[in-house]
Write a protein that binds this ligand. Structure first.
Ligand code: FBP
Length: 561
């Protein structure tokens, strides 16, 4: 029997010993760097409105760290809280490990506390102390199970007051919010609320989301995207190999990514499927659902003529919201559902609710909703998340496409234009990738993000997102600092109201990753050039263990091999 030190897998035991590489500037510890403040900043759009909503945190300067003696921050012991917010992403535990190590390096009496179950833990005052002993078994592991996560938004005056009171009662000096665009918007709301009341508790955000849509000029990637896309690419590659061996199925794979199609694009770059839908392109070309179906059907017919009754199509989870007619329907549904909450609660069955909603929609949109398969129209009616987002992970777009393609092929068969065989299998890859063991890139990146967040907090910065840059270089050469949260904001419509939110980064159609796809996708469509990436490697040659996403490499001007 192999001997294990803890009740964990062999991989976890071995990987637990991995010591992430810190950027050189942070290596000696928080006492050896000082913040350097840049110029005042402004939000990416809607400057006047954002400034009005965040008068105390708007316009903050960017922060970078420079080598300097900063022993002053080690004198007084501090207490810091951390909360994991929103969907899981590989590396969350290393963010916590990084914060803990940064704090302890500054002063061994510094303490870290984890709020339980997401932001509701702050409101309900549920937390645990994260000690080095507790942290030990979670280093370099996937998941958020050390303190769990949740999607509660702290927004009502009562919630904000309760959060403030609990932070004060627990003598917290800082709060680190690990989250995506919505959660970091919420972090800024809390930072503003505290600052406005003259309460010296720092709030620092950390960019997390497998979706990869929390990024901009200063935040090059959100953590978790690297690992999750590697896991999906492995799965898609395995399907391609199975398909290429049996040659009898069409596979329709929906990939997570609530809004942006970054995950689908990255997986496509890694696996070369026969067709890829990119939501942002669908929107820019104003494609209808019918046009998408026809485009895919044409490919299926073409391949059938070449004797290939098989293939693989990648579909981004958020596709449905990019199809202009569906976008219009979803946005009208959002408003109807938000404006009629009480009336809808009184109705007992889904059929009654659907009839009620249909009666409130403009005729054109009601007709569109009626034309959708019953399952899909019901899925569109599901509750929005606390931030007002449609839960696209529950909408089976891949099945909708297969159903519509089948009908179209049947018509073509009747007209004698198609003689092939269409046997389709559907898959949804989302939850499979969100808690995977973090890749070396994510293990290093999250540790650096956490450590850097601790340094920002120790320097009493508030309203900042922890920023680690130059990510295609070696980890020791990464640059660190803080980016004001308000700098990334604009105004968007949520739950029927105009709200300030961090602007989502969608796939840039002029960006290098999409251009690469556009250059090769026609070749991949007909000539099979599948790539089988295999599983993430944690040990072995650096060119296998340390490679990051093709998206990041192309965005930073690197060539793909
Ligand atoms: P975050 O933006 O909070 O990181 O979550 C992203 C995500 O994984 C999406 O890809 C997906 O649509 C959604 O979470 C699923 O949400 P839930 O975990 O609530 O089912």
């Amino acid at each position: 029997m192999p001997t294990k030190k803890c009740a964990c897998s062999e991989l976890q035991a071995a990987r637990g010993k991995f010591q992430p590489t810190l950027p050189t500037i942070l290596k000696k510890g928080p006492a050896f760097v000082k913040p350097k403040f840049g110029k005042a900043t402004k939000s990416v759009a809607d400057q006047n409105t954002v400034k009005k909503i965040f008068p105390h945190t708007y316009g903050l300067p960017e922060v970078t760290f420079v080598k300097a003696n900063n022993a002053a921050i080690t004198k007084k012991a501090v207490r810091v809280g951390v909360v994991l917010s929103g969907g899981q992403a590989p590396g969350g535990h290393n963010v916590i490990g990084g914060i803990l190590d940064g704090l302890k390096k500054a002063n061994s009496k510094n303490k870290l506390f984890g709020f339980l179950g997401g932001p509701s833990g702050i409101v309900d005052n549920k937390f645990i102390e994260i000690t080095p002993a507790l942290m030990k078994d979670y280093r370099n592991t996937g998941g958020f199970d050390l303190i769990q996560s949740g999607r509660t938004k702290i927004e009502t005056p009562q919630q904000l007051e309760a959060a403030k009171n609990n932070l004060i009662a627990n003598k917290m000096d800082a709060l680190v919010v690990v989250g995506g665009d919505d959660s970091n918007t919420n972090a800024c709301v809390i930072a503003e609320y505290l600052k406005q009341q003259g309460i010296a508790i720092s709030v620092i955000g950390v960019p997390k989301t497998i979706d990869g849509d929390l990024k901009n000029k200063h935040i090059e990637a959100s953590f978790g995207f690297d690992t999750a896309t590697k896991i999906y690419a492995e799965l898609v590659g395995n399907i391609e190999r199975d398909m290429n061996s049996a040659r009898k199925y069409w596979h329709f794979v929906r990939l997570m990514g609530r809004s942006a199609s970054h995950i689908t694009l990255e997986v496509a770059l890694k696996t070369h499927p026969n067709a890829v839908l990119v939501g942002e392109e669908v929107l820019s070309k104003k494609m209808t659902l019918g046009q998408i179906v026809n485009q895919l059907t044409d490919l299926i017919v073409k391949r059938a003529k070449a004797g290939k009754n098989y293939g693989i199509v990648l579909v981004p989870e958020g596709l449905i919201e990019f199809i202009p007619e569906m976008k219009e329907l979803i946005s009208a549904l959002n408003d109807v559902l938000a404006d009629n909450e009480t009336a809808l609660k009184k109705l007992n069955t889904l059929a009654e609710k659907k009839d009620f909603v249909l009666s409130k929609l403009p005729k054109k949109l009601a007709d569109l909703m009626r034309s959708l398969p019953a399952g899909i129209s019901s899925q569109l009616m599901l509750d929005r998340d606390p931030h007002g987002n449609v839960q696209v992970s529950l909408i089976e777009t891949e099945k909708l496409l297969v159903e519509m393609i089948k009908n179209r092929l049947a018509e073509l068969k009747k007209q004698g234009k198609y003689t092939g065989k269409f046997s389709a299998l559907t898959h949804f890859f989302g939850y499979e990738g969100r808690c995977g063991v973090p890749s070396t890139f994510d293990a290093n990146y999250t540790y650096a993000l956490g450590y850097n967040a601790a340094v920002l907090a120790l320097n009493k910065c508030t309203g900042y997102l922890s920023s680690v840059r130059k990510l295609t270089k070696k980890a020791q050469d990464w640059e660190v600092g803080g980016i004001p949260l308000t700098m990334m904001m604009n105004i968007e419509r949520r739950k029927g109201k105009e709200k300030p939110v961090i602007k989502k980064a969608l796939v840039e159609l002029k960006g290098e990753p999409f251009k690469y796809l556009a250059k090769y996708r026609n070749v991949w469509a007909e000539q099979d050039q599948f790539v089988f990436p295999g599983p993430i490697q944690f040990f072995g040659p650096a060119e296998v263990t340390d490679v990051t996403t093709y998206t990041l490499l192309l965005e930073q001007g690197k060539k793909l091999k």
